[in-house]
Every structure is written in C-alpha cells, then in structure tokens.
Design a protein around this ligand. Structure first.
Ligand code: PLP
Length: 229
C-alpha cells in the first residue's frame, strides 16, 4: 500500500539521518508520480505527501487542477523552452535547468506572469552521455550567469546518479555534488543559494541522504513499477 511505502521510506530517511548526524526535518521526500493516475496521488496525499515530482509538462497540466492546492509540484524532467510558459506559475521548483537559454526563458515567462521561479541546476555528475545536465566544470559559470537574471532564483543542485545494482557505487557522486555545492557557496554569489541538494531515487536515496541530500525523489518505492504502455 502507498501509505505503508511512504512510512517505510520516511523511517529509512530517519535512519540515514541518524547515521550522518542530520536532522530528518532537513530532508523532503518527493513522491515521483509520473505515469501514475490521480487516485494514486490522492492516496499519497492522504498519507501526508505534499511534494510531487513529474517529468512531463502535459502531466503537470492535467494533474495540477485535479488535486489540492497545497501540493508543491516539482518539475524533475527535461524541460523544453517552448513549454516553459505552461508551467512557470504552477511548479514550486524546477530541478532540471541545465542551460542558460532555458534559464532565460524561465526568467522571461516568470516575469510575464509577475511570478518568481525557484530552480536547481542539473549536474551530470558521472558525465554519462545519455543524461541531461551541465558538467561539473561548467556548473559554476552557469550559476554565475543565471544569478544575474530577474525572476529566477538558484536554490541548489540536482543530479541523477547512474543506474547501478549497488547504491554504494553512487556514494562518490553524491559526495562530489555536495562538494560542488560547497564550492559554489564559498563564491557568495548574489541571488544564489545552495540550500537544496536534490539527489537519490528509489535505489539509492539512503546513501544520498547520508551524503547530504535535502530532497530525495522516489517513484517506484512509493507507487510501484511504472507501466509505459
Ligand atoms: C523517474 C524519476 C525518479 C524516480 O525514480 P524511481 O527509481 O522510480 O524512484 C527520480 N528522478 C527523476 C529525475 C526521474 O525521472
């Protein structure tokens, strides 16, 4: 059951926090509800979830009006510039900004709606060809350029670690993201905060929390396997 899954994951997050000497209140569990029908999201809502992650603009547009207003929607998937206008005033956080051109469009569309938009910079920490995200080397420059844009606020970093059998294999990548966020913090850039680290999924969220994640994105672990047919 969805509520049991959420409880179990929250317990695991607490355990990982204990291990790392962290306060569990620092960690937000994002229920990744992509491909899942609204009744399943309602079940998660009843169990206490207020943060939902989606990777398609169309799905956010369909689900947003059907669910309670106190839900915080997280755009976690690759975002095309021509679709920014549909979600800029519906999402609490865009996790997947990896280019200045996308950031400029988010800034422009937020301005049009007299809104402010919070974003994370997606870093392809393992430099996998199949993945979106800026390289570690380019991340700082991108953050510096984004900082100058109006209506958009960098709040931290996001990464999708490689798909591995043993989550321990990803510990080094989570550590590198944390280090990168510390390096950026030291630069004291105006309009930039590194308070959010969005990392860890069903397979590796416990390791990610041990290494400093403040948001974990869990889909399968809450809602079960996805069916793309
Ligand atoms: C689908 C997805 C997740 C959730 O993955 P699970 O392995 O099902 O927990 C997390 N982050 C992103 C960016 C995703 O696209």
């Amino acid at each position: 059951m969805i509520s049991d899954n959420i409880k179990k994951i929250q317990k695991n997050i607490e355990k990982s926090c204990q291990k790392a000497g962290r306060d569990p209140k620092e960690v937000t569990l994002i229920a990744v509800s992509k491909t899942k029908p609204i009744p399943m999201l309602e079940e998660a809502y009843q169990a206490g979830s207020r943060d939902f992650g989606e990777n398609k603009v169309q799905e956010i547009m369909d689900k947003h009006p059907a669910l309670p207003e106190d839900i915080r929607w997280h755009m976690i998937g690759h975002l095309q510039r021509n679709k920014v206008k549909y979600i800029v005033d519906k999402v609490a956080l865009v996790h997947s900004v990896d280019s200045l051109r996308l950031a400029e469009e988010l800034s422009r569309q937020a301005g049009k709606k007299q809104a402010e938009i919070d974003v994370l910079v997606e870093v392809n920490i393992a430099e996998e060809e199949s993945k979106f995200g800026t390289s570690r080397a380019e991340a700082i420059q991108l953050v510096e350029e984004m900082a100058k844009l109006p209506h958009i606020h960098v709040k931290g970093l996001m990464t999708i670690a490689p798909f591995v059998e043993d989550p321990e294999e990803n510990r080094k990548y989570f550590r590198q993201i944390k280090e990168l966020s510390v390096d950026i913090t030291k630069k004291n850039i105006d309009n930039v905060s590194m308070s959010v680290l969005s990392m860890g999924m069903t397979n590796d969220y416990m390791v990610a929390v041990e290494e400093g994640a403040t948001m974990v994105r869990v889909g399968t672990g809450i809602f079960g396997e996805r069916n793309y047919n």
